[in-house]
Write a protein that binds this ligand. Structure first.
Ligand code: GTP
Ligand code: MG
Length: 437
């Protein structure tokens, strides 16, 4: 990754960046509209956006990403705006990066580097920090040659073959490999510990919040629990999976897990290293897939989420689609395409609380569908289980008889198994009741 200090401007002024990217032929959006997400990423990385530029073409130029005419235009804009960096909406090959830097005369940052930089800024836990470092090293590996070719040329050498650079590339590559192996060992250790932690968790129903970055996952987590998770209008505020108990209306407790947000064109080095972070979400019993319903890109964002879930093998987990930020939706008719994608989607505003009862209803409805409803007799000798039942299952009715507490509950098969093992019994059907189906 690029050294931060090379992008600093004198007197601590924010670095002004020109953004550029490609859009399909005939795309009617302005450059600023088409590069909106890149703008958010840029601002999240603490740069100031000085301008946006797009070229209409189907494929990137293999040598310089933009065509040569457009590259000259970019150089002009950079000069006029006194920008000190240009930022590309896509990942660039080492050669494309070099060609652009030569043409515009300032450093270029590509989408992968920008995202890696943000992840680096936001990583808090040892696991997140190791994962970011691993992704950054993997990103750097194929770029070593470019770095050293460049140096050799500057020194008037004859290219890298056989030169000092060639040896230095080998030294660097070996150093990177050693560090990558060490990080992988650390990550394995952390992951083993996490698996033990998850296994040791009480068998509570677990709901994972997943979705596009900035959709409002952490805000929902904060609203429902006292997690105090950082939620802000920046991309990738959350990098760590966090799990907290949530008392559902009615008193029963489930676990709620907040996760890292998804993004279009995420650097593949990061997808791989964050697999572990997301994996915890894959053990959930239910996914709440959040999307910013007010975003013009909501449908595309949902598609991205689907793709990521599929690569994680989580496409068949039960899910409820949550269309958030309803307060920003001027006309509910705008949500129609999203309802066409998922007719059972629930619209909410985490900010105002609008629609929350619909969301609770959808979750309770799902629980009623997947859990079993049974009548149990809890003999006095197994009275200790009473508290656990109230916490982990939905109690539909209960009354005390001389034999013990007669309860109608709704619970997961796993919990029911444990209750029976602990002394609870199926209640005898009452005479004349027909026994129920
Ligand atoms: N207007 C409005 N803003 C919201 C709503 N819910 C969340 N936000 C705002 O959206 C921004 C992002 O919220 P977060 O909760 O951090 O989003 P996230 O999905 O956790 O994002 P990452 O952790 O970056 O993936 C914050 O500025 C929130 O205040 C809502 O219902 N309405
Ligand atoms: Mg978050």
């Amino acid at each position: 990754m690029r050294n931060d200090s090379s992008l600093d401007t004198p007197q601590g002024h924010a670095t002004e960046a020109i953004l550029f990217g490609l859009v399909p032929m005939g795309d009617p959006r302005t450059a600023a509209e088409a590069l909106h997400e890149l703008q958010l990423l840029t601002e999240t990385a603490d740069f100031v956006v000085a301008g946006c530029m797009v070229q209409h073409r189907r494929h990137a130029d293999p040598h310089s990403y933009l065509g040569s005419g457009k590259l000259e235009e970019l150089a002009e804009v950079v000069k006029l705006a006194h920008s000190t960096v240009v930022i590309c909406d896509d990942s660039l090959t080492p050669n494309q990066g070099k060609a652009i830097e030569q043409a515009v005369g300032v450093p270029v940052i590509d989408r992968s580097e920008l995202i890696l930089q943000i992840f680096g800024m936001h990583a808090r836990t040892p696991q997140a920090k190791f994962q970011v470092e691993l992704a950054a090293l993997q990103y750097e590996m194929p770029r070593l040659r470019r770095k050293w070719t460049h140096l050799e040329r500057q020194r008037g050498g004859i290219g890298v073959r056989g030169g000092a650079g060639e040896k230095q590339i080998d030294v660097d590559r070996n150093l990177l490999k050693t560090r990558i192996a060490a990080i992988n060992r650390e990550l394995e250790r952390i992951e083993e510990h996490k698996v033990r932690e998850v296994q040791a968790r009480p068998d509570l129903f677990t709901i994972a919040l997943v979705g596009y970055t900035n959709a409002g996952k952490s805000s929902l987590m904060n609203r429902l629990t006292d997690a105090g998770v950082l939620a802000e209008n920046r991309l990738f505020s959350t990098l760590d999976t966090r799990t907290r108990p949530w008392r559902l209306p009615g008193g029963r407790t489930v676990l709620l897990t907040d996760t890292v947000g998804f993004l279009r064109k995420l650097p593949h080095q990061l997808v791989a290293s964050f697999h572990a972070t997301l994996e915890e979400a894959l053990h959930a019993d239910l996914l709440l897939v959040l999307v910013d319903g007010s975003s013009p890109e909501a449908q595309e964002q949902l598609r991205t989420v689907d793709e990521v879930l599929e690569t994680l093998g989580a496409q068949s987990l039960p899910r409820i689609t949550v269309l958030n930020k309803l307060d920003l939706v001027a006309d509910r008719a705008n949500l129609t395409p999203l309802y066409q994608t998922d007719p059972k989607a629930v619209a909410v505003s985490v900010l105002t609380g609008d629609g929350m009862s619909d969301l609770f209803g959808a979750i309770l409805g799902h629980l009623a569908e997947v859990e079993q409803r049974v009548e149990l007799l809890l003999p006095h000798s197994a009275g200790a289980l009473h508290g656990e039942i109230r916490a982990k299952a939905t109690v539909l009715s209960e009354f005390y008889t001389e034999d013990g507490c007669l309860m109608t509950i709704q619970a997961s098969p796993a919990l029911l198994g444990r209750l029976m093992a602990g002394g609870a019994r199926r209640a005898e059907p009452k005479p004349g009741n027909g026994g129920g189906a």
